[in-house]
Design a protein around this ligand. Structure first.
Ligand code: CA
Length: 754
């Protein structure tokens, strides 16, 4: 089959977007320490426990400055509104809970202030819990000015909550929660007992710091309720919180109960949405979303009844489908609690959307989700886009939505005639927000104060926010002479972001190199052949937690590797990695990886996750195993191994197994990936090694977005695609397969030009 070329802008547009993701996901190599001075000794809480026990209304218990290791502190007391009991750090930011530590509290009118949890994780399912037992909850309690920083379970897939709100009328404010990397919601309002419903909690002025892509469901930053109790009212007020790059999954916030209000929150480059997942009568008003054109950034998603979305501002959001700037979902007729309730009486009015790529109406329409929105209204909004004409996508019947008074920029195509008019608008930026100065639009779009969560009015002032640390090329460059031991030593000495520049010659590496930081290794010869790496162990590089690797302009030769099955040039840790990593290969050759069968270029293990794997202008030759196999998932829960794969201008010659194998199982729709861009590459005799039985030269299973363009397959096993999960977008163009054969797919639902 010969497939003609799509317009190149499509390919390169997608590539550019994908590359932007590669650059944007700066999650590897996270510094675990902050700028405050740690106290070396381990403290003793005996006196504190006694004081807590003896506390009376109005008492203040002070925790001396220090580091407390493996402490589970319980704070039970009965204060009064006029005279609460306070548990506080002697100095805010000088009391550290580390190791296996947590805090549980119950009673009434308790205040906790100024604690830091870091360098460890909770031994239970919660770090800060507003209860000490199923019937011992907090009422009118407050946790303020506390920090939880990278306090993660070592096992990526082991779930916990950092903050669990139980009881009623509690307040969680001015806290800093950053760097959750294992499975489980960062903060949850729990409603599993009668005493925890109609709770009227207040969550305000918190800094929700970066949460990297989890690569499965369970990466929400805030959840209120669960599907099981979604018929109950919570009435939680969520205001003035700053969500900074909360990219865990599709739901930054998952509202799953009745009567919650979200207002004056700021969402900065978040790859997800404020989702009204379950429950009714939610108010989403005066929130601010800034995508800055970053991939998969989203806005607001409406599901269920009586939801009001009013006076919000969204700019530069690129997300599509469930990550649209505004997504109105289809429901399931007579939906079970855990599926999708039909949108009834949904209102979206007086919102402003500027340069937001996707407004999604009747989204998720399929055989199951067939109940279209009814009795709903989208009115007096501004939808302005300076570049894109096609902003609205209508997936099903939208006659149940009344459109009135919406203003579009002249280029944007309306989803229907009625309820839309076009205006050339001028904007002025005021307090970081674009406001229309065109008189004809007075009263349309967002109006009123731009007061909102900022970096200054959220979290604490005394704790550094720069938890996203080291990247490639941020350190120093060191010249390395042509000697394997010298290279090994240089890597061991390297700091995060360092570049090692290799003199021409052959480097024989005797030991496996463990990478715990982002390191670049670059050949300094005239060609990539001038710098050659040989290795004598089954693995050359092992990417450990915190590590990332960039190889440039060099050759890796497997000739010196032992006669083992299962060698790999690069592998991840065999153990769980909570930090996402990157592997970037540029102008490199990999050859003679065939001393035994199943010799891979890259081998990934379960519970590891790459933000990006990229190979540009590389040559892979005589590899008995696979080149890029990221297919460790076996349970089909949608827990995959890599978000972005870019293969551009590469040649695969005589590969025993698959060149590229990406697997994402299950049917969960929480993630944007995996994403693949495969362009201008050649596959020659791939998948034919008789010692390995494979049926594909390349397999993509559950990939959500793929551009496969300008490639050639010769004498290779078929390209197999299993299109599943949501609505995968697969664009094929300009590929040649010889001898002529079909691409094997479970679905014809992909786009190509013959
Ligand atoms: Ca979710």
């Amino acid at each position: 089959m010969t497939i003609n070329t799509l317009p190149s802008c499509v390919v390169f547009g997608v590539l550019a977007a994908t590359c932007a993701v590669v650059v944007a996901c700066s999650t590897a190599g996270v510094q675990r320490t902050d700028s405050t001075t740690a106290v070396a000794h381990s403290g003793d809480l005996t006196a504190v426990r006694t004081q807590i026990r003896d506390a009376e209304p109005g008492s203040t218990v002070t925790i001396p400055a220090g580091t407390y290791i493996d402490e589970e502190l319980t704070f039970i007391g009965e204060g009064t509104a006029e005279a609460p009991i306070t548990l506080q750090a002697e100095t805010e930011g000088r009391v550290f809970f580390e190791g296996e530590s947590n805090l549980r509290m119950s009673g009434s009118n308790l205040i906790v202030r100024g604690l830091v949890f870091r360098n460890g994780s909770t031994p239970t399912g919660e770090v800060i819990s507003f209860r000490t037992g199923p019937d011992a909850n907090c009422e009118d309690c407050r946790v303020t000015a506390c920090v939880i920083d990278n306090f993660n379970k070592a096992e990526r897939q082991e779930s916990d909550l950092w903050v669990a709100l139980y009881g009623k009328r509690n307040r969680f404010d001015h806290n800093h929660l950053s760097g959750k990397r294992n499975r489980g919601v960062t903060m949850a309002v729990r409603m599993d007992t009668e005493q925890s419903r109609e709770n009227e909690h207040r969550i305000d002025h918190n800094y929700f710091g970066p949460r990297p892509i989890l690569g499965s469901n369970g990466g929400e930053s805030l959840r209120i309720g669960t599907s099981h109790y979604s018929m109950f009212r919570s009435g939680t007020l969520v205001e003035y919180n700053y969500f900074d790059r909360c990219n865990g999954e599709v739901e930054v916030i998952s509202s799953k109960s009745d009567g919650n209000t979200f207002t004056r929150n700021t969402f900065y480059e978040c790859q997800g949405t404020l989702t009204m997942r379950h429950g009714n009568e939610t108010i989403v008003e005066d929130n601010f979303f800034f995508g800055n054109g970053k991939a998969n950034t989203g806005g607001i998603r409406i599901i269920n009844k009586d939801q009001t979305v009013r006076n919000n501002y969204a700019e530069g959001l690129t997300g599509s489908r469930f990550r649209g700037a505004l997504t109105v979902m289809n429901g399931v007729p007579n939906s079970p609690a855990n599926r999708y309730v039909q949108v009834v009486k949904g209102i979206a009015e007086h919102n402003t959307f500027i340069d937001c790529d996707n407004i999604q109406l009747a989204a998720g329409s399929d055989v199951e989700r067939s109940a279209t929105p009814v009795d709903s209204r989208i009115a007096n909004n501004i939808f302005y886009h300076t570049k894109r004409d096609s902003v609205f996508t209508v997936y099903d019947d939208i006659s149940g939505i009344t459109f009135e008074g919406n203003v579009l920029s002249p280029n944007v195509r309306a989803p229907q005639d009625e309820g839309f008019r076009k205006e050339q608008l001028d904007f002025v930026r005021e307090a970081g927000v674009l406001v229309s100065s065109t008189a004809a639009t007075a009263g349309y779009g967002r109006t009123g104060t731009t007061e909102r969560a900022t970096l200054d009015n959220t979290g604490v002032s005394w704790y550094a926010r720069s938890s996203e640390a080291a990247e490639f090329h941020t350190g120093t460059t060191t010249a390395v002479p042509a000697d394997g031991d010298a290279l090994f030593a240089a890597i061991r000495e390297a700091s995060p972001g360092d570049v090692l520049e290799l003199a021409p010659g052959t480097y024989t590496i005797r030991k496996t190199v463990l990478l715990r930081e982002p390191i670049t290794i670059r050949g300094n010869g005239a060609s990539r052949e001038d710098v050659k790496l040989l290795f004598e162990r089954p693995t050359l590089f092992s990417i450990e937690n915190g590590g990332s690797l960039s190889l440039k302009h060099l050759t890796v030769d497997g000739a010196a590797a032992p006669d083992n099955t299962g060698n790999a040039v690069i592998r991840t840790s065999r153990y769980s990695m909570t930090d996402n990593y990157k592997l970037l290969l540029e102008d490199c050759a990999f050859r003679d990886l065939d001393v035994n069968h199943s010799f891979d270029v890259l081998r990934v293990y379960a519970s590891t996750f790459a933000d990006s794997i990229s190979a540009v202008d590389c040559h892979f030759e005589d590899v008995s195993g696979s080149v890029f196999a990221a297919a460790q998932e076996t349970e089909d829960r949608g827990v995959y191994n890599v978000e972005n794969v870019v293969v551009q201008g590469c040649t695969f010659d005589n590969i025993g197994k698959t060149a590229i194998d990406l697997y994402r199982g299950g049917s969960d729709e929480s993630t944007a990936g995996p994403i693949l861009a495969l362009t201008d590459s050649e596959f020659n005799s791939v998948g034919n090694d008789k010692r390995n039985s494979v049926d594909a030269s390349m397999r993509i299973h559950g990939v959500q977005y793929a551009v496969i363009s300008g490639n050639e397959w010769r004498d290779s096993k078929p390209l197999r695609m299993h299109l599943s999960v949501g609505e995968p977008v697969i664009k094929l163009s300009g590929n040649e397969l010889s001898p002529e054969r079909d691409i094997v797919s479970n679905s014809d639902d992909y786009e190509y030009n013959d």
